[in-house]
Design a protein around this ligand. Structure first.
Ligand SMILES: [Zn+2]
Length: 214
């Protein structure tokens, strides 16, 4: 691998966790210096959350904020993946992603009404806003964050009343340490107690956001 044109083919595989350790490192090396690949990875960030319900084989809609451009990109990335030798690594998520793509077209372009804003439990240098919105399929989580501490990657979680953590988004570092990410979970808004943003593998909690009148 050498140039951006080749690396950009890896962005979906990266988000889906389909790269092996060496490829992941190599891609992250490129990612650090490539705003274009960073924005691709950010655009794909909601997908892993959606894929947590793959086993159900239910069609899982993508949040409307995933534009048609992104849906098209996913489609072409996907056929690329299925042709490649990484195929076996990603075959497990095929059914779910196919369902996501089928609905992406239907939903893209639809305007989202503003959601419910959450308040940050503690001010940990990170600023910004987190909103949630009930959808037919679960909860859309919109994160606009600034002043994130540098990290390899970031994860957003919906924590339910029984203390279970549901991943809603994963994204990589950005040059200005801010992030605008739309995540998704099959969990209903009413079941969510808080939204938590962490570094990779929940190592460090960066933000805890709660409902105002929870
Ligand atoms: Zn690139």
């Amino acid at each position: 691998m050498s140039g951006h044109d080749e690396y950009r083919q890896w962005s979906a595989a990266y988000v889906l966790g389909a790269l092996d350790a060496a490829q992941r490192l190599e891609f992250e090396g490129h990612l650090a210096d490539c705003p274009e690949c960073q924005s691709e990875v950010q655009a794909f960030a909601p997908i892993p959350g959606l894929l947590t319900r793959v086993e159900s084989l239910q069609p899982v809609p993508v949040p409307p904020r995933i534009e048609e451009r992104v849906a098209n990109r996913l489609r072409s990335e996907w056929s690329e993946l299925m042709r490649s030798r990484r195929r076996w690594q990603v075959a497990a998520v095929a059914a779910g992603l196919a369902a996501v793509l089928a609905l992406a077209t239907l939903l893209s372009g639809a305007d989202s009404p503003p959601g419910t804003p959450l308040v940050f439990a503690e001010d940990v240098l990170v600023s910004g806003e987190i909103m949630v919105e009930q959808r037919a399929w679960g909860t859309e989580v919109v994160l606009n964050l600034e002043s994130l501490p540098p990290a390899e990657s970031y994860e957003a979680w919906a924590v339910d009343g029984e203390g279970r953590w549901h991943q809603v988004a994963v994204w990589g570092p950005t040059p200005n340490l801010s992030a605008s990410v739309t995540g998704a979970s099959s969990v209903a808004v009413s079941e969510i107690e808080r939204i938590v943003v962490t570094t990779e593998d929940r190592e460090q909690v960066l933000v805890e956001a709660l409902f105002v009148d929870g």
